[in-house]
Design a binder for this molecule. Structure first.
Ligand code: SAM
Length: 314
């Protein structure tokens, strides 16, 4: 059968700080405004999956042993203080992390863990569902949906380098773990045995980079069949109020009429100005979605999980 990836070193770059939002978004200068509507593109899953992860150090996330989630160690993440510092040592000069804006997808932000815990505790079902991990970064939320046998999972990050260097490798290392369930007596066992991880990944997952509105246009117009998402998972994506319009529009155009958005956020992002109250107010004014608070995590800086669904018109 398949062997699991080696468990070597601890991935130490979780965001445990309280509100380090200034590092992800500074005031946009004229040059940066240009790339604000960054064109979206779809990333092919590389043919040779083994090669993508062969030199990567992989670790099971220690706090989430029960979920059996792995992550590739980002060796280049030594200095978290500024995007440019991180990437200049590690990526080619073509990297969009160097030539454009970096939106924080290189590390796992703490609200991801809040949402993972909630999805696990509440046994949220993904089987047969179409799922989007919006602003995915490492992609752990989408990976949990993949493990939960979602029918289709799409991953989106602003930065193409994050998709290629972080998201895709993480999905690969986690989908090889899928094979460990082989002994379990499940009805779809046969099918899963035949499917090797490569095929499962190619069939179920799609990867996109680019700005939200551009992404929604791309996915809606793509030649491949597209049905709206049953579940959209999104963590630490509402820090900047100037993105709310595009973010809200994207949710409204891509969510199935009976779909649900699970959103995790810090209560407030100092320095950038976004946060849960401002976002909920924005949503209320648009009158498209209703929101409800699922969980409040009141350790250190307050964090909140909310659910969004389309308002029922009748
Ligand atoms: N969800 C991940 C987590 O919790 O670890 C990453 C959070 S990171 C702070 C913000 C994410 O939103 C990144 O994936 C970034 O690329 C994406 N993002 C931010 N602003 C965006 C925009 N205007 N358009 C598209 N994606 C954006």
């Amino acid at each position: 059968g398949c062997k699991s990836s080696p468990k070597l070193q601890v991935f130490q770059d979780y965001d445990n700080s309280l509100a380090n939002s200034d590092e992800i978004t500074r005031d946009l200068g004229p040059k940066e405004k240009e790339s604000y509507l960054k064109v979206a593109k779809e990333h092919d899953v590389p043919k040779d999956l083994k090669k993508v992860v062969e030199d990567k150090v992989v670790e099971v996330i220690p706090d989430l042993q029960h979920m059996n989630l792995s992550i590739v160690k980002m060796a280049f993440l030594k200095d978290n203080s500024c995007g440019e510092d991180i990437v200049s040592k590690s990526f080619s000069s073509h990297s969009d992390l160097i030539t454009g804006i970096y939106e924080g997808g290189l590390k796992v932000w703490e609200c991801t863990f809040d949402l993972l815990a909630y999805l696990w505790d509440e046994k949220i079902q993904f089987a047969g569902k179409r799922v989007l991990d919006l602003g995915c970064g490492a992609g752990l939320l989408g990976i949990i949906a993949l493990k939960g046998k979602a029918k289709e999972i799409h991953f989106q990050d602003y930065n193409s380098t994050v998709i290629d260097e972080v998201t895709i490798p993480n999905v690969i290392v986690n989908s090889t773990f899928e094979c460990e369930d082989d002994e379990v007596n499940e009805p779809d066992l046969k099918r899963r045995k035949i499917l090797n991880p490569t095929q499962e990944l190619c069939i179920k997952c799609r990867f996109f980079s680019g700005e939200w509105y551009e992404f929604s246009k791309l996915v809606l117009s793509s030649k491949k069949a597209f049905a709206k998402y049953d579940i959209i998972l999104t963590s630490e994506t509402i820090y900047n109020p100037s993105y709310y319009s595009s973010f809200h529009q994207t949710l409204a155009s891509l969510l199935d009429e009976n779909g649900q958005v699970f959103l995790a956020s810090k209560a407030h992002y100092f320095g950038v100005g976004g946060g849960i109250h401002l976002f909920q107010k924005y949503v209320e004014e648009r009158n498209v979605f209703e929101t409800s608070i699922l969980r409040i995590i009141d350790e250190g800086l307050k964090r909140v999980l909310i659910k969004m669904a389309f308002k029922q018109t009748h």
